[in-house]
Design a binder for this molecule. Structure first.
Ligand SMILES: Cc1cc2nc3c(=O)[nH]c(=O)nc-3n(C[C@H](O)[C@H](O)[C@H](O)COP(=O)(O)O)c2cc1C
Length: 366
């Protein structure tokens, strides 16, 4: 009998994946220690429990002090943090898992409370009119500081430093979080980027920051280990508004990515109903598969049936599951054996400690 598509193996630029199932990056806000580092007892156990995924992608991890915008998220910019992640990757590798780290800068989706009262940074000084999850709960976002060319240069270096740190920590690769309304996305969209210098004013210029980061990162790590994430039809969430240039900008980015030999392109289907949004693409995998020549990972709202179908139809190579992975550490075995999935508890998504984190059953694993 032929194996279901999700359970077929895959060669990810030399990294052998036993199946097509990825764990999507998910912030869990458990780095409650002062160094904001990942630790063996929490993040180590959590990712180890999920080792059977073809590929694990960690929660968004800030590349600098300036990059943070949510409470208790781990970083990857100094030594202690690298040591913490090293323990995590060792634990995952000991059980034959594979793990990438997601590198994150939230840009304007932050709050002065995280930056000693200073404004967060963004492409332009435009308030996303959203909310930031601060140590004192949700607070309204503010008008950010428009990044100077020096700020941009420093941030490019921060990503390169984080990429190098990720290699030192033993990760199999990194995923640049250029998605979901965060810093890179703020550069891409004309509604959040009104710059008139080399980083704004045209599609090519709004995309330049991303390519400058990729170019800097591939100097310090193999480009075959760099993946990145995009959410082209994000509208009305995380402060993002689409306009007529949004999809052409993503089309340009995706086509240009073909000039690189990256690990993968990770795309999200729209997070909400965009059928009434004039400029949105409703079927992201179908739209971008013909444009991208490398490995395409798709996410958002998939279950086993839809996951198998998108691969069988040739619209994606890998499927990333988010919320199902919170409550089903043995998702792969459940798909293999047809065991019913457990439901996730939203109340424990972002609370400290082991509850709702390490205590989900692995009943399909024997
Ligand atoms: C608790 C939680 C935290 C998330 N954190 C991140 C994150 O750190 N980085 C990211 O790119 N996406 C993040 N996401 C989005 C998920 O990766 C994914 O795109 C989303 O959950 C849709 O996929 P699903 O329908 O399979 O859950 C998060 C989602 C959830 C539910």
């Amino acid at each position: 009998m032929n194996k279901q598509a999700l359970l077929q193996d895959y060669n990810l630029n030399g990294l052998k994946l036993p199946n097509r199932i990825a764990m999507a990056p998910m912030t869990r806000s458990r780095a409650t220690n002062p160094e904001k580092k990942a630790t063996a007892d929490l993040q180590g156990e959590y990712y180890k429990q999920r080792f059977s995924a073809g590929l694990l992608i960690t929660e968004g991890s800030q590349v600098s002090e300036e990059a943070v915008g949510y409470v208790n998220t781990p970083g990857i910019y100094f030594k202690e943090q690298v040591e913490g992640w090293k323990e995590v990757t060792q634990m995952v590798h000991e059980v034959n898992g594979r793990i990438f780290i997601q590198l994150w800068h939230v840009g304007r989706m932050s709050h002065p409370d995280f930056h000693n009262g200073k404004k967060p940074l963004s492409a332009s000084a435009i308030n996303p009119n959203s909310q930031s999850y601060t140590p004192d709960g949700f607070k309204d976002t503010v008008t950010p500081k428009e990044m100077s060319l020096e700020d941009i240069k420093r941030t490019i270096k921060d990503f390169a430093n984080a990429g190098k740190n990720a290699m030192d920590a033993g990760f199999d690769g990194v995923e640049i979080h250029s998605s979901n309304g965060y810093l890179f996305h703020q550069f891409f969209n004309a509604t959040s980027n009104t710059r008139e210098d080399e980083y704004g004013g045209s599609i090519e210029k709004r995309a330049k920051f991303l390519f400058d980061v990729i170019d800097a990162m591939k100097e310090v790590m193999p480009e075959q280990k760099i993946g990145l994430r995009l959410n082209p039809s994000l509208h009305g969430i995380f402060g993002m508004e689409m306009d007529e240039e949004t999809i052409p900008t993503f089309d340009y980015i995706v086509s240009k990515l073909n000039n690189y030999d990256l690990a993968y392109l990770h795309l999200s289907e729209p997070f909400n109903d965009v059928s009434e949004v004039p400029y949105a693409v409703e079927e992201i995998a179908k739209h971008y598969r013909p444009l991208y020549k490398g490995t395409l990972m798709i996410n958002a709202g998939f279950d086993q049936e839809k996951g198998n179908k998108v691969i069988e139809d040739g619209d994606a190579d890998l499927v990333a599951f988010g919320k199902p992975y919170i409550s089903n550490p043995d998702l792969v075995e459940r798909f293999e054996k047809g065991v019913e999935l457990s439901k996730w508890d939203e109340d424990t998504f972002y609370v400290p400690g082991k509850e709702g984190y390490l205590d989900y059953e692995t009943k399909a694993r024997t």
